[in-house]
Design a protein around this ligand. Sequence first.
Ligand code: ADP
Ligand code: MG
Length: 571
Amino acid sequence: MAEADLREALLALDGRSYGEYRRIGGRAWTVGALALTVEHVQGDPFAAPSRVRVDAPASALSLPRESTGTAVARRATADFLHRALADVLATAGRARDAGAGTSGRIEILRVGQEILERTAVVVTADGGARVRLTAGLPADGRRIRARAAVEMLTERLPRALAEALFRESLDRGALARHVAAVEDQCALRGSLRERKLVAFLAEGAVLPRVSGVDDRPLRGALALCVPEELAVELEAPHAGRIRGLAVREGVTLVVGGGYHGKSTLLEAIARSVYDHVPGDGRERCVTVADAVCIRAEDGRSVRGVDLRPFIGRLPLGRSTEKFDTDDASGSTSQAAAIVEALESGAVALLVDEDTAATNFMLRDARMRRLVSADREPITPFLDRVRQLHEERNVSSVLVVGGAGDYLDVADRVVAMDTYQPHDATASARAIAAALPLPAEAGPRAPDAWPPVAKRVPAAASFDARRGRRGERVRSRSTRSIELGTEEIDVSLLAQLVDPAQCRLIGDALLALHRGLCDGRASLPELLDRLDERLASEGIEALAERGFGDRAQVRRHEIAAAINRLRSLRVG
Ligand code: ADP
Ligand code: MG
């Protein structure tokens, strides 16, 4: 249908009741070079705004080949266009004389510092773009304001898109830098395993953030300065050879006085599983994709997890082989988090003393003497951390400012001093030799790691209809995901960075509810199936009900949400 038809259809609705807007929904209108579809029409001006999809052809965008040739380049380009459009809409998205509710407002999802595959802007292999945004169809009270709607859909919206995306306005230099930054991060991350690194942080990187709720770089921060003993050089396709801090496989301790930047370093490592925008300060910092933050989270539920590597012989003979609780303690929750991370395929564990359970991390000499080993069910992480590396090839990066016992088990010690790293490995060895722990107090050679049990989730675990007539899955923040009547608390997952990721986890839970979980496949097999679906069909396919508010998420965060589902039942 042509633009004139849309104009005519809207004008015919002038002054009618708001619900009549649905007549323009569901079909594509050609507006200039664009195809515009109102995929969902809001029921009234105070409801969630209408959802508009706009297809822009390759000819209008005229994107350079280098920015659309690969999936990585397309993700970077889509992110670039998304940010450009968000900038334009920050002013053009508001109507001059707004009416009731969301009237006249055009919005696209907000983005943070990460460059994620998203459903808001998708660049297709042929160089076109699919854009999903929201539009508050104009109202006067609960009546249709047709002229304002015509202005919005046939003038303001197309103009904003042209201004942000079309070849005349596209900043090709900035686009090329954006794509290069992402390609470099992918290449650097891809080279970590063969260089036996867990993470790499380029010299000059800016790690601290403005605040806990503002992820932009801290102004006036000291840039990372890497001493020779900790340095490594990696090759990036665009930037060439880059020197940076090597976080090697094995057991790495981060030590140093309080307030010297230990947690900041660990957080930068945790977040660098994602690509960052140029100017972020971390755009040349990369971490292996399967590095997982581990912390204590008392009060969470645990379902059928084999805690024996860390907790055995509970009082009154209770077994910890398939451990269930609705209210885990700090140490139990941290033990479960590690076993669960191994199950979802983690290759590196990131632990900060600030959020760890002390009695899980270690038991010191005096306590080992006071409470004999056969009365203490906990095998501290200290006793297992080397075994994890040597037998299971899982590395650990641990922030420990106060637990000198760890000097005995570290491969390397990085000391943070005034926000700068130094190699303290040799002095840590010397101290460990000069002040040895009493024989009964040092780390013990642990029992063999029990064979990894297969947890098979029951299909009924993912009941999106529980207590309701229809399916219900939703999420509004990075704090929680609602499934049926249950609210999954994901607020402490440090590597969940965007509410759009939570909504995609919701889609994954819905797919499990609708049959993906068959009661026979193990949890890792289910995660494989989801990964395959995401890899072959993209996130748009999984987010079938979703709109421009979904973003890619790792299997570890999907698993973490499943593991926090109180209705989870495993066989
Ligand atoms: P620690 O874990 O060693 O106690 P943090 O990492 O929490 O220390 O850092 C303490 C404070 O120093 C934080 O407010 C952080 O933002 C700030 N900070 C960290 N790194 C830098 C830096 N490179 N330049 C300036 N300030 C920094
Ligand atoms: Mg700290």
